[in-house]
Design a protein around this ligand. Structure first.
Ligand SMILES: [Zn+2]
Length: 414
């Protein structure tokens, strides 16, 4: 009997398969680059990867897509987003252009506290609908798995509401959402009683864990957010309650946050813009992924290449990138983060692709970001000849076909 494939993509010019994760050193040899291949997908997963003629003749395909010699890669994995929020802050964009800093806008009652007020006032349906539209946009740009943080509710019921909206938004879509409880900032009503808020957050962690509403605990450890000691307390509490841990660290100023990787097991440290190069060895020793968010560096108008990056590379720390989509950085496409990571972080096109796929998946300890039998049927046919065009071309959507969880979400070829 002829085996069946739900989807078969054949006549692939160049396929970048990424055999194993994480990829500590990215090169054409380690990336698993193949020419003239085909990929068969059934029941949501990759079932076979091999020379096009052989795979094409072996399977009867329901949907058969001729890639016509183009580049095929795994679907993109976005390991850092603030997908769920209400409202917008386009007026603050102009304040930023006038020279106001993030902290100054925060002090004027803008910034995150404004989004918190709007998010608290929004119903779960409003949050869900807005998030769903963004997820559809992300999918169309090739994102097939996405991490989503809470952190604009700050109080128990609103944090739970955000996490619930993230789950509801993804229900009918072929995109995997991985939820994170984020201790973002101390709410305005607790600014003069910070320790009370840290205690309250303990109860939020416990409730989120009880409801299984998140995989991760995340803390924004930085000046103007949480201190090193507060962050350590919350991360430990999250782990105690059965969550995995990750952290926003060293984004605005260096106050020693990335040193916490020595005290608590972190799957990823995100941002690292102000991390001293000597801290790279801590990540190398602990197996922590370094996740950068290059488009949010653009949005913050601070585009200085992080000093830690070359040391991370030298020590073989897996590097990931995320979109950091949020009301202060309205860039929902992981594709854009991948492309601009070449310019802003100095990643090679192949490093950028690994950072947005295989290493991004490892950053959130999820399947995906690779094309091998058994991996999720997440695949992109690009309107590109080969991976060298990543970053070289940017600023437009270069995906022609997006397949996620075995479902053809977009197909501009047929
Ligand atoms: Zn963030």
């Amino acid at each position: 009997m002829v085996p069946k494939a739900d989807v078969l993509v054949y006549n692939i010019g160049q396929a970048v398969l990424f055999p194993k994760k994480p990829l500590r050193r990215v090169s054409p040899e380690t990336a698993g680059i193949k020419e003239g291949y085909a990929i068969a997908i059934r029941d949501g997963n990759v079932v076979e990867v091999g020379p096009s003629g052989i795979v094409r003749s072996k399977y009867e395909c329901n949907v058969c897509i001729n890639a016509e010699g183009r580049l095929v890669t795994p679907g993109l994995v976005d390991p850092h987003t603030h997908l769920v929020f209400a409202g917008s802050r386009e007026d603050e964009f102009e304040l930023k252009l006038m020279g106001y800093t993030y902290l100054e806008i925060l002090k004027r009652g803008g910034g995150i506290y404004r989004t918190v007020r709007m998010t608290r006032n929004a119903s779960i349906e409003e949050l869900t609908n807005k998030a769903k539209k963004t997820l559809e946009l992300m999918l169309s740009g090739g994102t097939t798995t996405v991490e989503v943080k809470s952190g604009y509710g700050l109080l128990p019921e609103h944090e739970i509401k955000m996490l619930e909206a993230a789950e509801r938004a993804s229900r009918e879509l072929p995109i995997k959402v991985v939820r994170t409880l984020l201790a973002h900032v101390v709410p305005e009503e607790y600014l003069d009683k910070r320790s009370d808020y840290v205690k309250l957050f303990d109860s939020i962690i416990a409730e989120v864990s009880r409801r299984r509403a998140a995989k991760y605990i995340d803390v924004f450890c930085d000046k103007g957010a949480f201190s090193v000691d507060e962050s350590l307390h919350m991360l430990r509490k999250g782990i105690e309650e059965g969550l995995r841990a990750r952290m926003h660290a060293d984004q605005l100023e260096y106050i020693g946050c990335s040193l916490l990787a020595e005290k608590v097991y972190l799957d990823s440290i995100d941002h690292l813009e102000k991390t001293p190069p000597e801290n790279a060895k801590i990540l190398a020793a602990t197996g922590t992924v370094a996740t950068f968010t290059p488009t949010s560096m653009v949005a913050m108008m601070e585009i200085e290449r992080p000093k830690v990056i070359n040391e991370l590379r030298r020590l073989g720390v897996p590097i990931a990138v995320g979109s950091d989509y949020n009301p202060n950085n309205m860039t929902p496409l992981q594709q854009t983060a991948m492309d601009v990571s070449t310019y802003i972080l100095g990643l090679t096109p192949l490093e950028a692709l690994a950072a947005a796929t295989v290493n991004a998946a490892w950053s959130i300890r999820e399947e995906g970001g690779q094309l091998v039998p058994g991996s999720p049927g997440d695949l992109i046919v690009w309107d590109l000849e080969n991976y060298r065009w990543i970053g070289y071309t940017w600023g437009y959507d270069k995906t022609l076909v997006v397949i996620s969880k075995g479902r053809v979400w977009k197909n501009l070829i047929s």
